[in-house]
Design a protein around this ligand. Sequence first.
Ligand code: NAD
Length: 480
Amino acid sequence: MATTTAQTFESTSPATGETIGVFPKQGPDEVDRAVARAKDAFAEWRLVPAPKRGEILFRLARILEQEKSALTDLMTREMGKVKAEAGGDVQEAIDITYYMAGEGRRLFGHTTPSELRDKWNMSVRQPIGVVGAITPWNFPVAIPSWKLIPALVCGNTVVLKPASDTPALGQRFFELLLEAGIPDGVVNIVHGGGGTVGTALVRHPDVRVITLTGSRETGVRVLKDAADTLTHVHLELGGKNAIIVLDDADLELAVDGIVWSAFGTSGQRCTAASRVIVQRGAYEELQKRLVARVEQLRLGPGWEDDSDIGPVINGAALEKIHSYTGIGRDEGAKLLTGGEIVSDGDLGKGFFYRPTVFADVDPQMRIAQEEIFGPTTALIPVGDLDEAIRVSNGIKYGLSSSIFTQDVNAAFRAMRDLEAGITYVNAGTIGAEVHLPFGGTKDTGNGHREAGQAALDVFSEWKSIYVDYSGRLQRAQIDT
Ligand code: NAD
């Protein structure tokens, strides 16, 4: 890509260490230029009729379908997730693109009666301006699409800063947008670290919205950095999600849900089930069945058909995950399986960690409170539903939650009382669909939602319009 930056950085495969690509390490000057291009392009893009913006996005959806297999393959290499999940990541981008492209012919506002005669009231959505989109590496195509597609259909222009662990996927997504016919300057990309290009984007006075998915720490930093310019900030942050298993649950189904939610994407999902809260009557049996299943999981590079679990993203993540195994042991939790870095054979060249299950975990232990973001889960025994809900809620995050039970009353109480943006009944903590709002309560965010109709509220502002056709001055609240 065109750049004036001499410095570069490499993207490497977490499975083998092979080089995927070399990218410019950009800085504040490139951010300035990208924002200036986006600001110029906004003047025209906001006036393109929304259905026409939608048509370009429908084209993008079709291109993404054609490119699905190539993007999937690249994702197994650059980010590491296994083929089926990488395909799911790309499919999520296809789904949100079709869904939001259709918004081009909706973007509904409201009309409502006036309290005065001969007066017309309505409210309409308006684009906001330049959006800075800062994305993590764990959903390297899906998350950029969740941000860019609704931003674009609403009429905003964008500067994307993808995670520096997955620049090739960010770059490819950007190129496909251009191929679909997005006009020059409407979407821009900058590569580099969070502390340099990320910060420059957040502090830029011409950026009107920052949408960030990342860790809680980054969210706090970004919120502070955006304060001086009163930039809108949309935050999707971490999670410490729990699956509740009651005595009456279908245990086979619960084990399926736990394995998928705790170890899918090697546990590197914001919605990963890193806690399993089990009623005592089911506790022994669930442990036995879960450990048997986890020990059958095959680790391997994402592109190999028989791999169940890929590598974790990098060496620092591997060390952090392993340090939590030490913390869990020191806290007195019982290690049932896993707890080691794989160092032998070909897998030793990558960052592979054995799926890890701790039992007899106290809800206040660090392994039950802190986001590990790896293939580690903690079994917590409880007496009844009330205690299960208390434990599930007893964390600072509030993203996803789940309950396995056959009791409709218990299910409805959980749906009401679990403090989380998402609750699943008889399914694990992962599996969001794009037409529903996605996001969390408490420290998982700042009250906004991605996806669904809710995403439109992040990327548009309401304007209320009053048209008085009475021919005289009518004063609201006075001339009633
Ligand atoms: P991260 O916070 O380290 O980085 C996320 C992005 O922010 C990257 O592009 C990074 O370069 C950038 N960044 C870092 N510091 C910055 C700063 N000071 N200013 C501006 N930008 C900055 O997170 P990560 O390791 O890439 O992703 C993992 C985290 O993301 C986990 O906590 C996970 O739970 C969370 N996550 C949340 C959701 C959700 O929807 N709630 C989804 C996926 C991941």
